[in-house]
Design a protein around this ligand. Structure first.
Ligand code: SAM
Length: 258
């Protein structure tokens, strides 16, 4: 018997209907390369493996790593490690040499979800799709559009890199132990029109962080440091960070990086 560890964000999925929906969404097929972050006790792992030739698991909890190694399941590769430090680009690069899509999936530990999403950005050009269960509130911020109160730094940075869609809402009763918050499943597909260099991406991080530093203040104040380069319109000077579209932030990043 494994006792759920709070420090690893362990809330194990129990609801067979939800499990079925997530696995259908991933559409596993024999030649696909999938890495699951945090298999836990295998709610998603087992149904995924029955449709894949090979499945890689990345798990931080040593007891669970031992558990999976003892299962001796054909096609399963167990990697003990911290997803925040794992090199997803290298993993995908290696798989890309063979044919088949590369997908990263998981019911993620909520305590590390934002840093993990940012960590994965650096591998986006190698990944075909990500399907994650996250805290519903985080997913709402990820997909929020300009003008909405959920629109934030997370929305702009991730929408600059991915097309995203909230696909499922999941109540606490679907898990054991039950989390205190609602959950949601998000599908993330790296944008194929993404054309920012590393320098432009850093500029995007800077300008977005500055714009959202004080949400209620006008951009005239928040973007003062960039004012001479950006030439904001009168309307933009009076606007707030949440009113500016992702594309406009991208234009500004390009100007700053030039
Ligand atoms: N996939 C299982 C399920 O749906 O029932 C478990 C999900 S549970 C919310 C999160 C899983 O991620 C646990 O197995 C936990 O040990 C693992 N985990 C937590 N932090 C991690 C990290 N930094 N790197 C890799 N795995 C981690």
């Amino acid at each position: 018997m494994h006792r759920a560890r709070k420090r690893f964000g362990q809330n194990f999925l129990q609801d067979q209907g939800i499990i079925y929906s997530i696995v259908s969404l991933i559409q596993p097929s024999a030649d696909m390369h999938v890495i699951e972050i945090g298999p836990g006790l295998g709610a998603l792992t087992r149904p995924l493996l029955s449709n894949l030739d090979q499945l890689d698991l990345l798990e931080i909890d040593r007891d669970l790593v031992t558990y999976w190694n003892e299962q001796n399941l054909s096609g399963l590769k167990v990697i003990e490690g911290d997803a925040l430090k794992f090199d997803f680009s290298e993993w995908a690069q290696d798989r890309k040499n063979r044919k088949g899509l590369c997908k990263v999936v998981g019911n993620l530990p909520y305590n590390i979800s934002s840093p993990l999403l940012f960590h994965l950005v650096s591998a986006a050009q190698m990944i075909d799709e990500q399907v994650f269960m996250l805290q519903a509130e985080v997913v709402e911020r990820m997909v929020a559009k300009a003008g909405s109160s959920d629109y934030s730094r997370l929305s702009v940075m991730l929408q600059a890199r991915y097309d995203m869609e909230q696909v499922l809402e999941v109540p606490p009763e679907a898990f054991d132990p039950q989390p205190k918050v609602n959950s949601a499943v998000v599908r993330m597909i790296p944008r194929d029109d993404f054309d920012l260099s590393n320098i432009q991406w850093s500029a995007l991080e800077q300008v977005v962080a500055a714009a959202f530093a004080q949400r209620r203040k006008m951009l005239r104040t928040n973007l003062q440091a960039f004012a001479d380069r950006l030439r904001l319109t009168e309307v933009e000077l009076k606007a707030r960070a949440q009113d500016i579209s992702v594309d406009r932030y991208i234009e500004w990043a390009k100007v700053i990086a030039a």
